[in-house]
Design a protein around this ligand. Structure first.
Ligand SMILES: Cc1cc2nc3c(=O)[nH]c(=O)nc-3n(C[C@H](O)[C@H](O)[C@H](O)COP(=O)(O)OP(=O)(O)OC[C@H]3O[C@@H](n4cnc5c(N)ncnc54)[C@H](O)[C@@H]3O)c2cc1C
Length: 426
C-alpha cells in the first residue's frame, strides 16, 4: 500500500452536500480530500438526475438559502445551463420556487469549484472502512483502482448520503418511527422532444386527471407527471417511478435499478401515447443510478423534529435555514403527504444536528443529518443540503485549525463565518 494520505478534512461523498463542504473547507485554507465513488461529483443532483433545485424562499418570497448554493446557480448560468428562478403553484395550492438545471453541466461546475478551492479529489474511490481511536476517527481506507488507499484525517465530514463513514465508525443511528417507512427511491429519466407550449397549456386539473388515469391503469407508478426541463433542449427529466427500497442493501438496490428502468419505460410509453405535447418524444436516458431520498439518519446532539420546523424553533447555533415543506412520498400508492407552510414560514437547522453522538472529530451533512423521518422529508432538498454542507465544511476547517474537536467550535464564530460567505441563517 502507498504512503497514507494526510488531510485536515476528509469529506466522504461528493454529492451536493459533500461538494459544498469540501469547497467551504478548502476556501478556509484546510487541506481537503474529497472521496467519491463515481468519477464526478453531484450524487443525486447529477447521477440521480434530479435536475431542479427547489425552495430558495418562503411561499411569500423571502429568501432563505444563498451562499455557495447561489454561487452554484450563478456558475451554471455562466455555462448557460440553469433556467430562470421560477415560482409556481403546486396542486396543493402551496407556492414553491425552483431553478431547473442541466445535470451534466453541474458536474463541470462542481469540478471547477472544488479544484479552484484546492480540494484534492479522490474519485472512483469507495470508502472501505474507518478506524477509531476512542471518540476519534483516526484512519479511513478507500478502495481504488490502484488498490487500498489509507487516509489520516484530522476531521471527517460524512456526506455519503447513506452515512457510510458513520456506520463504519459504529455511530448511533435514529430508528424509523411507528407507521413510517423509508421514502422510496426514483429512477429519473430523460424524455423528449416535448412540445412544452402544448404541455404547459393543459389546465392543472386536466394534467392531474391524466396522471391519475395513468396511475390507475398501471402505466405510472405514482399519480404525477413531474418534469424538470432541460435548459439546452426540448427534453425534460421526469420524476415518476417509485421504488420501495433500503438502498443500503446491495441486492435490494440492484433490484430497484432494474425495476426503476422498467417503470420509467412504461411511463415514457404513457407520455407518448396519452399526454399532449409528448407524442414525438422518446426515452433518451436513465439516471446513472436510482435517486435515493432516505437511508440512514445519524443520532446527533440534537434530533431535528417536525415540531422544530412547523412551530419553528429559534436555535442559538442555527447554521442554515429552509422553507421546503414536509414532503413525504409514501413507498406504495400514488399520493404525496405534503404539509404546506404559511407565507413567511421558514425554519432553522442547528449545528448540533451535524454533530454525531460519541465522536469528537466528525460531522455529517446532507440527507443523513440528525433529523426524524418527517423533518428529513423537508430538509433533504438540495438547496438546504448545500447550505448544510457549507456549514459542515466551514466548521470542519475551523475544527482542524483549532483543537480538533467539533464541539469546540463556537456557534457565534461559525455563524459569523457563514454570514460572511453569504449564507442566510434565518
Ligand atoms: C428522485 C428524487 C427527487 C428529488 N427531487 C428534488 C427536487 O426536485 N429538488 C431538490 O432540491 N431536491 C430533490 N431531491 C432531494 C435531493 O436530491 C437529495 O436529498 C440531495 O441531493 C442529497 O444530497 P447529499 O449530498 O446529501 O447526498 P447524495 O446526493 O446521496 O450524495 C452522496 C454522495 O456520496 C457518494 N457515496 C456514497 N457512498 C459512498 C462510499 N461508500 N464511498 C464513496 N462515495 C460514496 C455518492 O456517490 C454520492 O455522490 C430529490 C431526491 C430524489 C432521490
Amino acid at each position: 500500500m502507498a504512503q497514507p494520505m494526510q488531510a485536515d478534512v476528509l469529506v466522504c461523498g461528493g454529492g451536493v452536500a459533500g461538494a459544498m463542504a469540501a469547497v467551504a473547507a478548502g476556501r478556509r485554507g484546510a487541506r481537503v480530500l474529497l472521496l467519491e465513488r463515481y468519477g464526478f461529483l453531484g450524487g443525486n443532483a447529477t447521477a440521480g438526475a434530479v435536475a431542479q433545485f427547489n425552495s430558495w424562499q418562503t411561499a411569500g418570497g423571502r429568501r432563505v438559502v444563498a451562499g455557495l448554493a447561489q454561487e452554484v446557480v450563478e456558475r451554471l448560468r455562466a455555462y448557460g445551463a440553469a433556467a430562470a428562478h421560477e415560482v409556481f403553484v403546486m396542486s396543493t395550492g402551496h407556492r414553491m420556487d425552483r431553478v431547473e438545471y442541466a445535470p451534466e453541466v453541474l458536474k463541470l461546475v462542481l469540478d471547477d469549484m472544488a479544484t479552484e478551492a484546492g480540494v484534492q479529489l479522490l474519485l472512483h474511490a469507495s470508502l472501505l472502512d474507518v478506524e477509531r481511536e476512542g471518540r476519534r476517527i483516526a484512519r479511513a481506507r478507500a478502495l481504488t483502482k490502484g488498490g487500498v488507499v489509507e487516509i489520516r484525517p484530522r476531521v471527517v465530514v460524512d456526506a455519503s448520503g447513506d452515512m457510510d463513514a458513520m456506520q463504519k465508525a459504529g455511530a448511533a443511528f435514529l430508528p424509523l418511527g411507528n407507521d413510517e417507512s423509508l421514502q422510496p427511491a426514483t429512477m429519473m429519466f430523460r424524455f423528449g422532444p416535448i412540445d412544452f407550449e402544448r404541455l404547459d397549456a393543459l389546465p392543472p386539473a386536466e394534467l392531474a386527471a391524466l396522471a391519475r388515469r395513468g396511475y390507475e391503469a398501471g402505466a405510472l407508478a405514482r399519480a404525477a407527471l413531474h418534469v424538470a426541463r432541460d435548459p439546452f433542449s426540448q427534453d425534460g427529466w421526469f420524476n415518476i417511478s417509485r421504488l420501495a427500497v433500503d438502498a443500503t442493501d446491495a441486492l435490494a438496490l440492484g433490484r430497484a435499478e432494474v425495476e426503476g428502468r422498467r417503470q420509467a419505460w412504461r411511463a415514457a410509453q404513457y407520455l407518448r401515447e396519452q399526454v399532449p405535447g409528448c407524442a414525438a418524444g422518446r426515452l433518451l436516458a436513465f439516471g446513472t443510478q436510482v435517486g435515493v431520498r432516505e437511508t440512514r439518519r445519524v443520532q446527533g446532539d440534537h434530533v431535528l423534529t417536525a415540531g422544530d420546523l412547523l412551530a419553528p424553533a429559534a436555535f442559538e447555533d442555527a447554521i442554515a435555514a429552509g422553507a421546503y415543506p414536509i414532503d413525504i412520498h409514501p413507498a406504495a400508492g400514488g399520493e404525496l403527504e405534503y404539509a404546506a407552510l404559511g407565507d413567511d414560514h421558514a425554519y432553522q437547522i442547528p449545528y448540533r444536528s451535524l454533530c454525531p453522538a460519541g465522536l469528537d472529530n466528525a460531522l455529517v451533512a446532507g440527507r443523513g443529518i440528525s433529523a426524524t423521518h418527517q423533518a428529513l422529508a423537508a430538509v433533504r432538498v438540495m438547496t438546504i443540503s448545500m447550505a448544510v454542507g457549507q456549514a459542515a465544511g466551514t466548521a470542519a476547517a475551523m475544527t482542524a485549525a483549532g483543537d480538533n474537536a467539533v464541539r469546540g467550535v463556537q456557534a457565534g464564530a461559525l455563524r459569523a463565518a457563514l454570514r460572511e460567505t453569504g449564507a442566510i441563517l434565518a
